[in-house]
Design a protein around this ligand. Structure first.
Ligand code: HEC
Length: 177
């Protein structure tokens, strides 16, 4: 469930805290404090993102492995490329590849969508073309839910980043029949 919203000056505003409706596959992002965001446009006042149940976990799989599977002893390529390859293991950016961790999930979906449609097509955006080519709208929602949930700030100590082997063991075990 997510707050029922109305649109006011490009923001989704919760109609009342008490009134909710099914989230139905959407991401709903509302200001933590309406007055600060809507009236004063205070950049330090935060937002709360409601995301579909299970989307963060499904997004984690696509972001960290690209959706790759090990079937028997064969590697089956996933539908995308692990984002950390270019955006850094903590998704905080590397050289001129931008940081994406903790960004607004609506913004992330918008960029993925625009790059796939060709509306965002700068020279560097070409590197993103293959990444988004096979993603469905639901995949983009899941990816955005996970990426937005990641901490920004200090890089994660290397010891806390799961190794490739750890990631695949978890994935394979949870999907085995
Ligand atoms: C091959 C390298 C590469 C991979 C892999 C990659 N990206 Fe990117 N990404 C880039 C580059 C380079 C840019 C900057 C594009 C530009 O300047 O227009 C970018 C931009 C973005 C942006 C826009 C950021 C902004 O500030 O507007 C988002 C969102 C994004 N990537 C998400 C992802 C996600 C999610 C994944 C994994 C599913 C991913 N990227 C995988 C290279 C990559």
């Amino acid at each position: 469930m997510a707050p029922k919203t109305r649109i006011a000056a490009n923001l989704f505003i919760a109609t009342e805290q008490a009134r909710t409706e099914p989230i139905a596959g959407r991401i709903i992002e509302v200001p933590e404090n309406e007055e600060q965001s809507e009236l004063y446009r205070n950049p330090h006042s935060g937002f709360v993102a409601y995301v579909p149940v299970g989307s963060i976990k499904r997004g984690a799989d696509l972001v960290t492995t690209g959706g790759m599977r090990i079937v028997g002893n064969k590697i089956v390529q996933g539908k995308t490329t692990p984002c950390g390859t270019c955006h850094g293991p903590d998704l905080m950016g590397v050289a001129d590849v931008p940081a994406i961790a903790g960004r607004s999930p609506s913004y992330i979906v918008r960029q993925l969508w625009d790059i796939r449609q060709g509306a965002r097509k700068g020279a560097s955006a070409q590197l993103m073309k293959l990444v988004v080519a096979n993603l469905t709208e639901e995949d983009m929602t899941n990816i955005a839910a996970y990426v937005a949930s990641r901490a920004t700030g200090a890089a994660q100590p290397a010891s806390q980043i799961p190794t490739i082997a750890e990631r695949f063991t978890t994935t394979t075990v949870s999907r085995s029949r």
